[in-house]
Design a binder for this molecule. Structure first.
Ligand code: FMN
Length: 176
């Protein structure tokens, strides 16, 4: 059975992006999904001096290994001030110090959600431009605006967005 990893680009314990990740993962058929949490991979803030003095922390190696061993990635990015959250950017920076081809060409479903109307559009734009330099194979992008209105009881309640996500999941699964 194929095995994917799924995670939110957030370290919030109440992450809405993690909620979306869990729901999206539940739509996959006959796929082994490992849901990861950035809080389980705590890292010091990246700095050249830290790296020189102490090397690259084990948790960055561990996360990168999870990507390498997976058949695909579901990632939902939270947006802070129009960009990646500090927690995600930090992990990303550390991993790129180990391996520039950070995403190993694994099929990726890239998502984002926010309480507001743009659904993480700015961070998704940044990621779509940048990730390909790190061998990302983005097969689908899905954005859910107004999380509070469109998501309840563990699932998307707006039918149009639900159909859109199901189509994206189908495409993602076809690429695994
Ligand atoms: C420091 C900070 C900056 C934020 N900036 C944005 C933003 O630029 N765009 C946006 O849509 N939401 C922004 N938000 C709201 C987040 O989208 C919201 O907190 C959301 O729950 C984050 O996703 P998460 O729950 O998965 O961590 C910001 C929140 C914080 C705390």
């Amino acid at each position: 059975m194929k095995k994917i990893i799924a995670f939110a680009g957030s370290n919030s314990k109440q992450s809405i992006n993690k909620e979306l990740v869990k729901y999206a993962s539940s739509l996959l058929k006959n796929i082994n999904v490992e849901i990861l949490d950035l809080n389980d991979f705590e890292l010091p803030i990246y700095g050249l001096d830290y790296e020189k003095d102490y090397g690259i922390p084990e948790n960055a190696h561990k996360f990168l290994e999870r990507i390498k061993l997976s058949d695909g990635i579901i990632l939902s990015l939270a947006e802070h001030n129009g960009a990646y959250t500090t927690a995600f950017k930090n992990l990303f920076d550390w991993m790129t110090r180990i391996e520039g081809k950070t995403f190993f060409n694994k099929p990726m479903l890239l998502m984002g959600t926010s309480p507001g109307g743009r659904g993480g559009a700015s961070v998704l734009e940044i990621a779509q431009k940048r990730f390909p330099y790190h061998d990302a194979n983005i097969v689908e992008v899905f954005s859910l605006p107004f999380f509070g209105n469109n998501f309840a009881d563990g699932k998307i309640v707006d039918e149009d967005f639900n159909v859109q996500l199901k189509n994206s999941i189908q495409q993602f699964q076809n690429n695994l």
